[in-house]
Structures are given as structure tokens and as C-alpha cells.
Design a protein around this ligand. Structure first.
Ligand code: SAH
Length: 254
């Protein structure tokens, strides 16, 4: 069980913490080597990445690899995002402590925990009920009481809790869903992988400026597809075959 601050934001996992430094050596190495080493600079993002215990969001069999900078399987044919891509997404969203955030594609709940460590409130939506339930249990166990998990179709956003200061999408869409840009607050930011479901996509930052939407290309990535509609038994059968090169794996520069 982690500790929480007065806003319900979790502060790491007490089991692993070095009382002197407040973080874990494997996580610290990952942050310095894979995040700082590749250009992540936002101190709030780096602090969050040092505090969230990624090993608690993967199965016991994967825990030894939890601080490798790569995606790992989490069941239902899905993967926990690569730490570098979670950090890059959070940094691109320029999160502030009072922000309300929508996270599309909860998966393991890891990215939601990172976002919830930086921002005030996170609504995270996942179409696979089993994953959503497991993520909600992990987040509750670790004390992330400001992160709320909902089962549903994230392409429609979450109108009941809109508008959002920031929206993070962790699955690739052929186009940018207008429901998501409609749910951005003034000055709100959206990060979404855009492109074909197999192969390379563009990670795009969209910023609402009045009625205008300003787009910027962040980098190229490979994510699992954003699938419209509720998860069905057919999905569960297909999931075993669907093995992208790596969820959230950016293409290394040549
Ligand atoms: N951010 C997650 C990893 C996400 S993998 C983590 O840190 O673990 C992408 C997730 O998006 C998968 O779990 C997939 O089931 C989910 N997904 C795909 N399409 C979706 C949709 N339309 N609505 C909600 N979730 C969706």
C-alpha cells in the first residue's frame, strides 16, 4: 500500500521505497537512463515516473522486466505502454497540478497512475471489462484515489466528466475522434497516436485555442488499435493473434 497526499495522489509504494531517497533503485535507473537520457526534462513527469511502481501493474511473471524500457503483455492481447512513451505523452500534455485528465485505454492502469500523480483528477476508460477491473483494483490497492476507471468506448470520450484539460490516448486511431477534441477545455491538450492499426503511427499533440485546433507531430510510434464499441467475445479470440511490434514503442531514430 502506498501513501497518499492530501489530494489523494499516491506517493509511491511503501514496500519498495528507500526511506532515504523516497524511490526505488531500478526505477531511478530507468528514469535516468531511459527518460532523462532520451530528453525528458519536466520535473513533475520525472518525479511521477520515479514514484509509480510499474512492477505492480504487470503480472508476477513480468515483474523482473518491469523497469526495462519496453512494453510488456498484460493479458487480453494488450500491453502496458513503454515508460518512455508514457513520460513523453505526459510531458507533451504539459500537465499542471489542478488539471482534470481523461486517459483513453486504461490497460494496466500504469499510465493513469503516472497522470494521477501529476494532475488533480484522472478519468480512465477501457473497453475490456476484465482489464478495467484489474486496473481499478491495482490503483485502489496502491492508493491512487484520484484515478477513476470506467469500462466503455473511449472514442466517445466521457461526456459526463468533460471538459478535460488534457486527454491521453494510448491506442492508435485512423483519425482524431471529434468527440475527444469537443471535450477539450479552452487551452486543453490531447495526445493521440494517429495512423494505420498495423505499422507506424504519428503521435500527435492537439491544442484547443478557442475554436481552433492546433496540431503538432511529436514522434512516430506503434500502438495497438483504438477499437470502437464495447469489447466482445470475438475480440478476446482475436486478441491472441494481435501482436504489435510494441505498444507505445517509438521508432528509434535512424
Ligand atoms: N496505458 C496503458 C496501456 C494501454 S494499451 C497502460 O499503461 O497499461 C491500449 C489499451 O486501449 C488496451 O487496453 C485496449 O483494450 C484499450 N482500447 C482500445 N480501444 C479502446 C476504446 N475504444 N476505448 C477504450 N479503450 C480502448
Amino acid at each position: 500500500m502506498g501513501t497518499t497526499d492530501d489530494r489523494g495522489r499516491a506517493r509511491g509504494d511503501a514496500d519498495d521505497l528507500d526511506p532515504a531517497t523516497g524511490d526505488d533503485p531500478a526505477r531511478r535507473r530507468m528514469v535516468e537512463h531511459d527518460l532523462v537520457g532520451r530528453g525528458i526534462t519536466d520535473p513533475a513527469v520525472l518525479d511521477a515516473m520515479r514514484s509509480v511502481p510499474r512492477h505492480r501493474f504487470v503480472g508476477a511473471g513480468q515483474a523482473a522486466a518491469a523497469y526495462d524500457d519496453r512494453p510488456l503483455p498484460i493479458g487480453d492481447g494488450q500491453t502496458i505502454s513503454q515508460p518512455y512513451v508514457v513520460a513523453l505523452t505526459a510531458e507533451s500534455l504539459a500537465l499542471r497540478p489542478a488539471d482534470r485528465v481523461l486517459d483513453v485505454g486504461t490497460g494496466s492502469g500504469y499510465a493513469a497512475a503516472v497522470l494521477g500523480t501529476i494532475a488533480a483528477e484522472v478519468w480512465s476508460i477501457e473497453r475490456h471489462r476484465g482489464l478495467a477491473e484489474r486496473a481499478a483494483a491495482t490503483l485502489a490497492d496502491l492508493g491512487y484515489s484520484n484515478v477513476h476507471v470506467v469500462t466503455g468506448d473511449g472514442t466517445a470520450g466521457l461526456v459526463a466528466h468533460a471538459p478535460f484539460d488534457a486527454i491521453a490516448v494510448a491506442a492508435a486511431s485512423k483519425t482524431i475522434p471529434t468527440a475527444l477534441t469537443d471535450q477539450l477545455a479552452e487551452g486543453g491538450r490531447l495526445v493521440i497516436p494517429v495512423g494505420p492499426s498495423r505499422g507506424t503511427q504519428r503521435l500527435v499533440l492537439v491544442r484547443r485555442d478557442g475554436d481552433a485546433l492546433v496540431e503538432r507531430h511529436i514522434t512516430d510510434v506503434r500502438f495497438v488499435p483504438l477499437v470502437e464499441g464495447p469489447a466482445t467475445s470475438r475480440d478476446e479470440a482475436d486478441a491472441g493473434e494481435q501482436r504489435p511490434d510494441g505498444v507505445g514503442e517509438p521508432r528509434r531514430p535512424e
